[in-house]
Design a protein around this ligand. Structure first.
Ligand code: ARG
Length: 462
């Protein structure tokens, strides 16, 4: 048990209280950011002549040594210390002596942890963006490969109109693209540096906050020190970005589960991404998609948890805020895993294009096109809709598809039908004639793919 604040206390902390209060078991993952922030703080203290160059040099070397040893596995972060901040300071002092005790001059753990979390989330945004980039690449490849793979488009999970697999996947490209730009927006808003805000009211030392802000790659130093130490808006925004990513992954998972079902057979998930049953030997289950759908609830929970933690926080810092970490870390790990697994599952999944095509031809998916045909023959759309309704009823009663009707059958319902009705309502024609922007026809689809590729190329690494 090692604490930074023992001076004011006579009695020893109760063991349960110590364990309840400590955060080292989870905030140890902030060690890199904690050391990076401390190094910037020390460089600034030296430039402002608050620290001597000798002390600054020995602290910087000490911090580099600690980082190196942690990364090489030579120094273990143990729960002997309350949190990562205490750990780094204690090890530093143990290693370099008195200079180590000067590190915390003009700083509080409140602005320190606010900084560490911002640095950490910034890095994670970059990593999650990389994962999304990979997923977008996978989706785009499917779009390019399946520009003429026909399938039924659904509304209410009822067959509606024919589309292509490229078009269907294009919808997911748009969702994940918005996820990338949403993370980018969050990153811009969070990129103000809280370091130098002290416990809540700044400090009496002549700190140069813009100097540290620049060293750490922030846009500027935050404006109000009380807000700086108690603001977790950016984390809530970030968790809401992650919730939307999970919602999109969950919708895709749901579709994959349906497509992979014995009844649909649109796809077959690769063995590497499927699991079996302990009792039913024939089973090959889509567990990864199901787990992704399930874990969506978990990330929503993380968002709700932080929103609830923050709603009653009087200014400035209160210990409740420590609860931000486990929620954020859990959501990050979950989202990262789910994106990577979804990419892998999509890449290895087999699409039964013939089954999809046959399915697109059944279920009257060309009914709207029959009505549109009558409109070109001068029939008002509402009347055409009524005629086609009669045609569908007739076909259901006679167990046939619209394109299997004879010319006489067509004309008995509406005399405007001519021989060219057959070519007008073929599957190919139904898709091909949908050429408005964003529709599944070849030309708009090629343009959509071009724009998607352009977006993907534009995602910079930072
Ligand atoms: N472990 C704390 C957190 O995560 C660090 C800040 C502690 N500050 C304090 N005044 N107790 O929020």
């Amino acid at each position: 048990m090692a604490q930074l604040w023992g001076g004011r206390f006579k009695g020893k902390t109760d063991d349960l209280v110590y364990a309840f209060n400590a955060s080292i078991n989870f905030d140890k993952r902030l060690y890199r950011q904690d050391i990076e922030g401390s190094k910037a703080h020390v460089k600034m203290l030296e430039a402002q002549k608050v620290l001597s160059s000798d002390d600054a040099r020995s602290i910087l070397n000490g911090l580099d040594g600690i980082l190196d040893d942690i990364e090489k596995g030579k120094l273990e972060i143990t729960s002997e210390y309350e949190d990562i901040h205490s750990f780094v300071e204690a090890v530093l002092t143990e290693r370099i002596g008195d200079a180590g005790k000067r590190l915390h001059t003009g700083r509080s753990r409140n602005d320190q942890v606010a900084l560490d979390m911002k640095l950490y989330i910034r890095d994670e945004i970059d990593q999650i963006t990389d994962c999304l980039k990979e997923l977008l690449e996978t989706v785009l490849k499917l779009m390019e490969d399946h520009i003429d793979t026909f399938m039924p488009g659904f509304t209410h999970l009822q067959k509606a109109q024919p589309v292509t697999l490229a078009h269907h996947m294009g919808a997911y490209f748009e969702m994940f693209k918005r996820d990338v730009t949403r993370l980018r927006d969050t990153r811009v808003r969070l990129n103000e540096c809280p370091l130098g805000s002290g416990a809540l009211a700044g400090t009496t030392y002549p700190l140069d906050r813009e100097f540290t802000s620049e060293l750490l790659g922030f846009e500027r130093a935050t404006a109000n020190s009380m807000d700086s130490v108690s603001d977790r808006d950016y984390l809530i925004e970030f968790l809401s970005d992650l919730s939307l990513i999970m919602m999109h992954l969950s919708r895709l998972s749901e579709e994959i589960i349906i497509w992979n079902s014995n009844e649909y057979r649109f796809v077959e998930i690769d063995d590497a991404y499927s699991t079996g049953s302990s009792i039913m030997p024939q089973k090959k289950n889509p567990d990864i998609a199901e787990l992704t759908r399930g874990k969506c609830g978990r990330v929503y929970g993380d968002l709700m948890s932080l929103l609830t933690v923050m709603k009653g926080i009087p200014l400035a810092y209160d210990k409740d805020i420590q609860e931000d970490k486990e929620a954020a870390f859990d959501a990050i790990d979950t989202v990262m895993g789910c994106i990577q697994l979804t990419s892998g599952m999509l890449k290895t999944m087999k699409f039964n294009t013939e089954v999809m095509k046959i399915s697109a031809m059944k279920g009257f998916t060309n009914a709207t096109d029959v009505a549109d045909y009558l409109v070109t023959r001068g029939v008002p759309f509402r009347d055409a809709h009524g005629f086609v309704g009669q045609i569908v009823l007739y076909c259901i009663e006679h167990d046939k598809a619209i394109e299997d009707m004879t010319m006489d059958e067509f004309r008995a319902i509406c005399p405007e039908f001519k021989e060219d009705i057959y070519s007008a309502i073929s599957l190919e024609a139904c898709v091909e004639r949908r050429c408005t922007k964003g529709a599944p026809g070849i030309d708009p689809m090629k343009e959509e793919i071009r724009q998607s590729r352009k977006f993907l190329n534009s995602i910079s690494d930072k």
